[in-house]
Design a binder for this molecule. Sequence first.
Ligand code: NAP
Length: 287
Amino acid sequence: MIEKLTIIGVGLIGGSLARALREAEHVREIVGYGRSVGSLQQAVELGVIDRAEVSLTDAARDADIVVLASPIGAMPEILTALKPVLNDRIIVTDVGSVKGDVISAARHILGAHFARFVPGHPLAGTEQSGVAASLADLFQRRRVILTPESETDSAALARVRAMWEIAGAQTVTMSAEEHDRILATSSHLPHMLAYCLVDMVVRHDDYRAIMECAAGGFRDTTRIAASDAVMWRDICLANREALLAAMRQYQEDFSALIAAIEKGDGAALLQTFTRAKHVRDSLNKKL
Ligand code: NAP
C-alpha cells in the first residue's frame, strides 16, 4: 500500500497512473502538483487526485513515492526544487520517454539521494494529452521499462516495479543506453515521420485538394502528429544522438526507395514491400 503518492504533472500519463492505482486500491492519498491551477482543479474534480498543492515541496513532503510525469525538459528544474525535502524514505521515479538525459540530470542534482531515484518509462500512451484524456486501464498489459543504474537502491526499484505491476503493466529492465537507442527507432522516428509528413502537406500548394482526398492511409500514418509539441521537442533534444542515427538510417533507406522508383526497378520495390508487409502482418497479432 502506498500511503502518499505525489504526482508532479497530472496529465495523460500521471493521471492514468493515479487512476490505475486508485482503482486497484493500492494508494491511500494522491497529491498532485503541476504547472497550471486549472488542470490541477480539473484533476481534483475528475477524482484523479485527492488534492492539489501549490508548492512542490509541500506536495512531495512525506510522500512514499514521487512520480515525475511532466515533459522531460521540466524535470531538472523539478528535481532541483524537490531536493530539499528528500530523505532516506522518499522514492522518486519518472515516466520520461528518454532515459539517459533524465538520469544524468538526476545524478547531478540529487547527489546522495540519486540512489532512491528509479528511472522508468511506460510504453503506453495516446496522441492526446491532459488529465481529461487519462485512463485507468492505459497500462494494462503494456510494458514499463525500468533503467536502474548501479547506484539504484534495490528496495526502491522493487517498490516502483510493484507499483507498475499493480497498475496493470509488465515491467522489464534494461540499460538507459539500450532504451534510448531502441526507442529512437520504435517511437521517436515514427513521430518525426508523422510530423514531417503533415507539415509538408500543410505547406503544399494543393493542400485543400490533398486533404479532401486523404483517407485511411493518411489518417493511420499521421495520427501521432497530433501529439503534444512541447513533449516531442523535449524528446528530440534529449535523445539527439540516437534519434539522429535512426533518422539518417531512414534517410538512406528512403533514398534507396527513391532510386528504385527512378530506375523503374520493380523487383527492388517488390522485395522491400513484401518483406515489410510480412513483418507488419505478424505485428498485427502483437500490437
Ligand atoms: P501531458 O498530458 O501534457 O501532461 C503533462 C503534465 O505536466 C500536465 O499536467 C502539465 O501541466 C504538467 N507540466 C508541464 N510543465 C510542467 C512543469 N514545469 N512543472 C510541473 N508540471 C508541468 O503529457 P503526458 O503525455 O502525460 O507526458 C508526460 C510525460 O510522460 C513526458 O515526460 C513524456 O515523455 C512521458 N510519456 C508520454 C507518453 C505519451 O504517449 N504521451 C508515453 C510515455 C511517457 P498543464 O496541464 O498545466 O500543462
